[in-house]
Each structure stands twice: as C-alpha cells, then as structure tokens.
Write a protein that binds this ligand. Structure first.
Ligand code: PLP
Length: 415
C-alpha cells in the first residue's frame, strides 16, 4: 500500500502528510515571520498580567494510557481558562489588545506606546469609541467580547444559525451586541466583514485570508502561551512523542506546531491534526497539497471545529509541520466525552466539551489498529499530549450528552 494513501476504518480517516519535514528542517525565518518565540514572549508578558491569570492544569491519565497501550498521557485541561471555558480566551482577547494598541499608536502618532498604555485614563474615551467585531461559533467571540469589555471598547459579535443559545448568552454576558445570521460559520464571517466595512468596525478574526494577516497572527500568538505552559509543566518529565490536536481553521494546531518546532527543533513531537469529517478543510487541503474550501452546512456537534476554510497563515506552518491528519464522526466525540467524564481506570473525572475531545478520540481510534499505530509511530513507550481545548462551554448541551452536569462529573470518586 502507498504510505500516503488515505486510510479509512469505518468513519475514521488517516492521511500521512507527504510534505512533512519532521526532523529534517529547523523552524525557519519565513515561519518566524508568522509565529515566533520572540513574539510569544511579548504575548506572555502581557497575558500573565491579566486579572485571574493562572496556568491551566496538565493532568496525567494513566488509565487512558493503559487503555491505549502507550507509555503515558499528558492532558492540558483548558476548561478553566480565565473562567471562559476554553483556550480561546488567550487568542481573541490578546488580538483585541494588540489591535487597540495599533489604533492608539496611529491616533497619537506615538509608536512607542505599549500594551500597558491601554490602561492610561487619558486614552479611555478614544478606546471607548472603537468597535471590534468578529464571527464565531462560540468560543472566539466570547474571547473577543471579554477582551473588549476589559479594554473598554465596543463589541459586535456575529453567530450563525447552528450556534446554541447557551453560547449566544455567554457572549452577550460580556456586554457585546450579538447578531445571528442565517447559514453556516463562513456565512457569518462574510456578514461580519460586510458590516464592519459599512460601520467602521475593526474585525478581530481568528482566521487569515489575503490582505488580512496581522490580527490572526496575534490570535495564534496568544495561544502559544498555553503551549509554553505545557512545556514548562512537563519540564524534565518524559518528552512528548505525539500531539493529537483538533483543527477548525487550523490556528490552534499551527500555534502548537510552531511553538514546539521552534522550541524543540528535531526533538519536536509528531503532530496529528484532527477534524470532524463534516468540516475537514485541513485534511482535504493536505490531500490536495493546497488550501481548499469545504462546503455544505458543516454541521457537527464539534461546533468549534465547524470550519470550511483553512486559515492561510496556519496552512503555511501546518503543511510542512504536520505529520498526519485524521477525521472523525460526531459519535466518536460523544463517546469520548462520556469516557473522560467517567472516573475510570484510576483517572480522575474530566469535563471536556465537544470540540475538546477530538484529539483524544482520534488517538484512541488510531491506537486500536496495529497498522495505524505503526503508521503514526505509536508504541508502548509513546508519550501523548492532548490540548483539551474547552470544558462545558455549553453547559446544557454538555449535560444532555454526558448525562451529568460538569459539577456532578467532578464530584465523582475515582474508581
Ligand atoms: C474548543 C475549540 N477547540 C478547537 C478549536 C479549533 O481552533 P482553530 O479554529 O484555530 O483550528 C476551536 C475553535 O473555535 C475551539 O473553539
């Protein structure tokens, strides 16, 4: 069999990326112009000062490791991030701050102003007169709305017809105006862009496209704070051999890929990017060797991953950096949420939302088949890292899927 043919097992797919330069190439200057450790340091210096900052926990799941017959599982649990429920709190809010700074610098003509100056009362009225906007399937909009509230500017958020009312309310709770538009995520992106042009709003998108690169870079750079936390928490522990990371537009996966690549060089883990099979723009782009758009209603329970268009900047990093791509159907995510919620095989119970579990679900599926294990290089010594990107960001939906509320899940005794 051709090593790079698409493999299928039931509803799960695996594709080994023929362009991956796993250990033959350093993280080079062209990629550093997108994401870099230098820009990470700026993001980190700012984000650690935000009220409520604390690194999210890195858990060990020996029960899951035994079930998958691997050496160990590191589980970076983003459920508690800034009380917003997902890693996205890092990206959108940071990009709002950076955007406001650029506007302030332009307004004052003073390019030496820094993010700290946003808090200067002298600029309060100017900032209050600016409006940021974005389209979202929930978590990014929540982050932008939260960032806008903290910084003191206005905010308008666009959601599409499949976004739950729970998520809508969460965004509105930060004082943002929420506009619901017909269609899918990509339709809401277009509406946000049109309205921004008409009303002079500033778009804070988590996806990049021709002519729109600065803001999504900042969004992704914010995410790298989470990646560095994980590296610090692992410290001198067993090095990670594989990361299974879920993809929407690819920003999260690119942040993980870039930061680990620049930090760890040839020692970096193999990265496996996972998507819902109904919204597999990264997988399809990889197979075709160029960015492609996936159409349809993209309706998956993994709402944060329901994207049909890849972020071009993410693609620049992921195309050489990703070892393999996988797709899953919704049922695998639902089962994995329930598996993690059960205090099972010695693991503590975990609250993981629909989009958080795709990486775990894909790894479990790959581990079940000897030839897939071999294809991605997993054995009994492998140390797998997951970024569990959200908790119960829609509490009602979570309870319906798992049969327990987050509180009930966490109250269980390990067995
Ligand atoms: C919980 C969660 N995980 C993963 C992702 C995927 O991130 P990206 O769109 O940057 O690939 C998202 C995106 O919204 C998300 O909300």
């Amino acid at each position: 069999m051709n090593k790079h043919a698409v493999r299928e097992q039931g509803a799960v797919q695996l594709y080994l990326n023929p362009r991956c330069v796993q250990d033959s190439q350093e993280y080079d200057a062209s990629l550093q112009s997108i994401l870099s450790v230098a820009a990470f340091e700026q993001a980190q210096a700012s984000i650690v000062q935000w009220p409520g900052y604390a690194p999210t926990p890195l858990r060990h799941l020996p029960g899951l490791a035994a079930q998958m017959k691997v050496g160990g599982v590191y589980y970076k649990d983003e459920a508690g991030r800034f009380g917003l429920g997902s890693f996205k709190a890092l990206g959108g809010a940071y990009a709002v701050n950076r955007l406001l700074l650029r506007q302030l610098q332009a307004h004052t003509g003073n390019t030496s102003l820094t993010l700290d100056d946003l808090k200067n009362p002298a600029y309060k009225d100017f900032i209050a007169g600016l409006t940021v906007t974005c389209a979202t399937d929930g978590n990014h909009g929540r982050s932008v709305a939260w960032g806008a509230k903290n910084a003191g500017c206005q905010c308008v958020i666009y959601i599409h017809e499949h976004v739950s009312t729970g998520r809508e309310q969460a965004i509105a709770s930060y004082g943002a105006k929420v506009v619901r538009v017909p269609g899918n995520y990509d339709d809401s992106v277009r509406q946000a862009a049109e309205d921004a042009k008409e009303h002079g709003y500033f778009v804070v998108s988590d996806t990049s496209y021709p002519g729109y690169m600065d803001v999504p870079k900042d969004v992704m750079q914010g995410y790298t704070v989470m990646v560095q936390e994980a590296l610090d928490q692992i410290g001198s522990g067993k090095p990670v051999s594989h990361v299974f990371i879920q993809g929407g537009v690819g920003g999260l996966a690119a942040a993980v890929c870039a930061h680990m690549w620049e930090r760890l060089g040839a020692q970096r883990p193999r990265l496996i990017v996972v998507e819902p099979n109904k919204a597999d723009c990264l997988f399809q782009s990889a197979v075709q060797g160029k960015p492609v758009t996936v159409t349809g209603d993209l309706n998956t329970v993994m709402a944060g991953l329901a994207c049909g268009e890849i972020s071009l900047l993410a693609w620049e990093i992921l195309d050489p950096g990703t070892y393999a791509y996988m797709t899953l159907e919704d049922d695998a995510a639902l089962q994995t949420m329930r598996r993690l919620a059960r205090a099972d095989k010695g693991d503590a119970p975990i609250v993981a939302g629909e989009s958080a579990v795709a990486g775990v679900a894909a790894c479990m599926a790959a581990c079940e088949q000897a030839d897939w294990r071999q294809a991605v290089g997993i054995d009994e010594n492998s140390q797998i890292l997951f970024f569990a990107s959200e908790g119960d960001t829609d509490a009602e939906l979570y309870q319906r899927i798992v049969g327990m509320s987050a509180k009930e899940v966490l109250a269980q005794e390990p067995v």
